[in-house]
Each structure stands twice: as C-alpha cells, then as structure tokens.
Write a protein that binds this ligand. Sequence first.
Ligand code: PEP
Length: 255
Amino acid sequence: MKPSVRTTVIAGNWKMNMTPSAARDAVRETAALTAGKSGCEVVLCVPFVDIPAAVEAARGTNVKIGAQNVHFEKKGAFTGEISADMLLESGAEYVIVGHSERRQYFGETDETVNRRAKAALDAGLKVILCLGEVLAQRQAGITEEIVSLQTKLDLAGIPAEQMKDLIIAYEPVWAIGTGLTATPEQAEEVCAIIRRVLAGLYSPAVAEATTIQYGGSMNDGNAAQLLAKENVDGGLIGGASLVPAKFAKIVDAAQ
Ligand code: PEP
C-alpha cells in the first residue's frame, strides 16, 4: 500500500512533437478521456510554443500543462533559452528538468540540472526532475551509486520546504524510447533507493511524501504492474503520451 500522503502523477513528455494546433486537439482529447479520473494528477509537458494553446485547451479540465526545460537565469543574454517567469506567465504549472535527452544531446550536467530545478522552484513552478543510469552503469552493477549520487547532486541546496513541489522521475536511460522497460521489480528497487536517499538528505517524512515516478517505455500494457509497486508513484511517459487513447489508459491504470 502506498501512503496516502503521496500524490500519484501521470505526466506525458511530448518531446519535439505536435504543432500548436495539433497540441490543442490532443489536449482536448486527453482531457475528455481522463475527465473525472481523480486518482492521479494528469500533466502534459509540451514544446514551449505549444504552451498557450495547450493551456487554453486544458482550461476547466483536470489536465495540467508543463514545459520540458527551463533556464536557470531570470533573464538576459541567453539566446534560445526560456525563463521560469516566462513559463509561469504562459500558464505552465510544471517543468521537466534533467531529462536524459537534455543530458545526452545538450550537455546538461548535474550542476546545470540543479540550477534549473532551483530557478523553477523559486519562481513557483512544480518540477519533474529526471535521473537514471545508462546501460553500461547497470551492467557494471553501479546503478545504486549512480542514482544516489545524481539525487544528491541534483537536489543540492534545495530546502525541505520546497520538496512538496518536486517530483523525481526515475528514468533508466536504456529504457527511454527503446521499447525496453524496467521490470516492476527493477523500478521498485531503484525508486526505493531514491526514497532512502531522500530520507537521509531531508527526513523520513519528506521521503514518504515525495512522488517518485518511473519512466521508460511505460505504456498501456505495462503501466498497471509498474504502478502497483509501493514506491512507484506515477509515470513519465514519452511515446505513449502522444496518443490520447493510450495515455488515458495509463491514467486509468493509476486509479
Ligand atoms: C521520456 O521521454 O521521459 C520517456 C520515458 O519516453 P518513452 O516513454 O518514450 O520511453
């Protein structure tokens, strides 16, 4: 049984997909299919330019809109970047930081992920902080060390009071977009490790209250088994979130 202090959050990460008009339709459809499903929070993290259309389409529904990254400075000469205040004013409530694609292709480090998380929390956004091991690290048997270290570095300097606005997404990099999924046992094992690290960094109460999602090829076929695990409090979903009917089935599995 999961403690009732934790919120289950099913979040979609659309990545670089959907134009604003497609986003409007997909948010409307997702909202219609998930209406009244109060057993979890439903979030769609959309490309920056889709945020206004997505927010408009989500108004009055149970779907919340998020972004996929945020810069750590408030403003200035950072061509191509988006600040937390810009996201907030556009109506975004959530933001992903530290996604493995940002780490892998855009040079994000634990230090920049930490700075982005802090900037977002300070501005009043809710953060979905992604971390996880790559295949070689799992094969070398150092998943626990890697994930523990990432948790500590990515949360450095974030006070306990702000942890209520932070979700951790455990995303084994080898499972993202590959069709390979961690087994429910593997997901549970690592989410429990992260929770133990949180207890040490903060307190058992903060650890118990923090939502820890699993992400990595979660779909309508495997979600129920993953979400049944005690320490898996939701999912961050890439590919399957682009198809409202599939995403809605994952939301169903979280009820
Ligand atoms: C993701 O992008 O965070 C993700 C988990 O993608 P997918 O579900 O496609 O593996």
